[in-house]
Design a binder for this molecule. Structure first.
Ligand SMILES: [Mg+2]
Length: 408
């Protein structure tokens, strides 16, 4: 099998409502680049990357001279052809590599008639449990605002009823920490027996992180994720807070993983199939984590169905995946894959069983959301549409005012 073409299409898929986070917001849609790698036998493998537009599409097209006639089975040489460590200092293609790796795995699986998880060692589980991913959000098109503890609990109750979640992750760092503590406690009180996690995306000061962490010690916490910025900061929080510390920001490659093994700052590493440069890198990292008793979870960077499939195949094969995975997925109104959004059942999503990634593009949906991207364009991830002029500092000292209704 040989690669003969690489195509990239930017799509914008609507979210239920604009989602607020500590460094800005998702402005009501996810912008993603859909990648198709075509082989000489007519098979097409699918990949996906966050962001999009002309520069992303051109970056993928620019890989064709490197990869024309490349055999998709040759995954190790793929890495060195487009992302060798020294060249990466100049051209930083880790996320491009990830999307191409997804597509090559999809091609291999289709060619052999096996699912990607079976290429990675075989499935240990048939479904991957997910956490609800709770955001403070603006109201939009009949989807309710989430700002107060009562609204948050009501939103969570609806998600739990619809999808069966028993783990809840609150994306914080938007409002002052004491207010978010009140929200977190409201979740604990409303859903006894369920588990909780909190992620302010590293914007708390050390003092706030310690205060928040110590205040939740008695609750059913999975972990406290990136309370402050940096491995050394996490290590200091870890010494004084009896809640496991997790990160998806400062352990995203093998050098950082080694640093965390030698001088532990995080108990849990959230593996992201994009940030790490592919599914196989995540499997390798999980093996290192297994050896050194670092727990793993699966990170969500705002996926559509293609990347979600990579997360499902990854989750299927990791023996040490003891935490529910994260996914923004339930916040989407639609997807670009055949059949629309994959369904949750009992808080989990079945691992696709078809060959390759097990998902195929719905051409009508791709066309519709490529059109939406052309109409609405991208959005600044690091700005909040409800707070003109504001931008995030780390640590943040300018939190949003929870008394102001979240309306645009
Ligand atoms: Mg995070």
């Amino acid at each position: 099998m040989k690669i003969v073409d690489i195509r990239a299409t930017t799509v914008a898929v609507p979210l239920e409502a604009p989602l607020r986070h500590s460094n800005g917001a998702h402005w009501g849609r996810f912008v993603r680049t859909i990648v198709e790698v075509e082989a000489d036998n007519g098979l097409v493998g699918l990949g996906e990357m966050g962001g999009g537009g002309e520069s992303a599409e051109a970056a993928f097209r620019g890989l064709l001279p490197y990869l024309r006639d490349h055999d998709p089975f040759q995954l190790e040489t793929l890495r060195f052809k487009i992302a060798n460590p020294t060249a990466s200092l100049y051209n930083n293609r880790t996320q491009l590599l990830a999307a191409i790796e997804f597509a090559c795995l999809d091609l291999i699986g289709q060619q052999l008639g096996v699912a990607v998880c079976d290429l990675l060692g075989g499935r240990i589980r048939d479904e991957v449990p997910f956490a609800s991913y709770l955001f403070f959000r603006y109201a939009a098109d009949g989807f309710a605002e989430v700002r107060t503890p009562e609204q948050l609990v009501e939103h969570t109750r609806a998600l739990k009823a619809a999808h069966g979640f028993t783990v809840h992750k609150l994306k914080g760092g938007v409002f002052p920490p004491d207010y978010e503590l009140e929200c977190y406690r409201a979740l604990a009180a409303a859903f006894p027996g369920d588990r909780l996690r909190y992620d302010p995306n590293a914007v708390l000061s050390m003092a706030e992180a310690l205060r928040f962490g110590q205040a939740i010690e008695s609750l059913d916490n999975d972990y406290l994720e990136d309370p402050v910025l940096g491995l050394e900061g996490l290590r200091l929080v870890r010494e004084r807070v009896r809640v496991p510390i997790a990160t998806n920001t400062v352990v995203v490659n093998f050098e950082q993983l080694a640093a965390n093994v030698l001088r532990r700052g995080a108990d849990v590493v959230l593996l992201d199939t994009t940030f790490w440069g592919g599914v196989r890198a995540c499997v390798k990292a999980a093996g290192v984590c297994e050896t050194f008793q670092v727990d793993v979870a699966v990170h969500s960077s705002g996926e559509l169905g293609i990347q979600l499939a990579t997360m499902l195949h990854l989750g299927a094969v990791l023996p040490n995946l003891t935490y529910a995975a994260d996914a923004h997925y339930h916040q989407l109104r639609d997807d670009v894959i055949e059949g629309g959004k994959l369904a949750y059942s009992g808080g989990a999503i079945p691992v696709p069983s078809g060959p390759g990634l097990g998902v195929r593009l719905d051409r009508d949906r791709v066309a519709r959301y490529a059109e939406l991207y052309k109409r609405e364009g991208g959005y600044p991830y690091d700005r909040d549409p409800g707070r003109p002029g504001w931008f995030a500092r780390v640590p943040n000292q300018h939190f949003a005012d929870p008394a102001v209704p979240a309306e645009l």
